[in-house]
Design a protein. Structure first.
Length: 261
């Protein structure tokens, strides 16, 4: 029997429970703080958080890899604690789902609403961030967990086929049972434009209380297309769906950025 998990809210250790000032002062790098952006495209105000690695201010001629993280209200600190603790020279930008209690993730992160949200990212959010900070445009990563893994995967097939925004797409225990025909249509339309995708897709899944079976089905279906240039990585973990981020993060970041210094 297939278990279906697509949490409305991840009630787990990823919640930002520690006072931000105290937590920020404990880092080697810099927690820049929390800001907001009112989108003209979605009409929603999104809070977001930024972390800069400890070497950022000293290496003024260096452009840095960047990882964009969805569900920032829960997942920002987990990413920063790993990247800061392992001395990885990576900028972390985490965007929250929207106003508290809005549950915009069930609209923005799922198809077809994800199409509008992706335009917000392209036209408003990324230009704002990258006009302010020194980023390596050839080394962007994008992460989503659960429903935000759906939009992460959709972005892979909606990104520009000649100059994609992202190098790495990271989807943790995504509920691919949600509107699979829309996702299949995205894949097929993208491959009609260009059958090559020069990117990396990192999938993880939770078993038995997670989306492992549907993630495996999605991966096997995608592999049947034999897409040139697309590298698919998959790991599964014997954890509950709600704990897939903490189980996955170190392995994934080590593959992408290397071992800690």
């Amino acid at each position: 029997m297939t278990s279906l998990f697509g949490c409305g809210h991840l009630q787990n250790e990823n919640k930002n429970e520690v006072d931000e000032a105290v937590w920020g002062n404990s880092l080697k790098g810099e927690y820049v703080g929390k800001s907001i952006l009112k989108s003209q495209i979605t009409g929603i105000t999104y809070p977001y958080h930024i972390y800069l690695p400890s070497s950022y201010k000293q290496n003024i001629d260096k452009n840095y890899p960047i990882i964009y993280v969805l569900d920032g209200q829960w997942n920002f600190k987990t990413f920063v604690n790993n990247i800061d603790g392992k001395n990885r020279d990576v900028i972390v930008v985490a965007i929250e789902e929207g106003p508290e209690g809005s549950d915009r993730r069930t609209i923005d992160y799922r198809l077809p609403g994800a199409m509008t949200y992706l335009e917000f990212l392209r036209q408003e959010f990324l230009p704002l961030i990258e006009s302010t900070y020194r980023i390596d445009a050839n080394n962007r990563s994008f992460n989503g967990v659960s429903f935000s893994g759906i939009i992460t995967t959709a972005l892979l097939f909606l990104d520009d086929h000649q100059q994609p925004l992202f190098k790495n797409y990271i989807a943790y225990d995504a509920p691919y049972w949600d509107k699979p025909k829309l996702m299949q249509d995205l894949i097929e339309k993208r491959l009609q434009i260009d059958d090559r995708i020069n990117s990396n897709l990192y999938l993880t899944s939770a078993f038995p209380l997670g989306n492992h079976l549907v993630v495996m089905d999605f991966k096997e279906n995608l592999e049947q297309f034999d897409i040139p240039g697309l590298n698919i990585h998959h790991e599964w973990y014997m954890v509950h769906h709600n704990n897939i981020l903490s189980a996955s993060i170190e392995d994934t970041l080590e593959i992408i950025y290397g071992k800690n210094k």
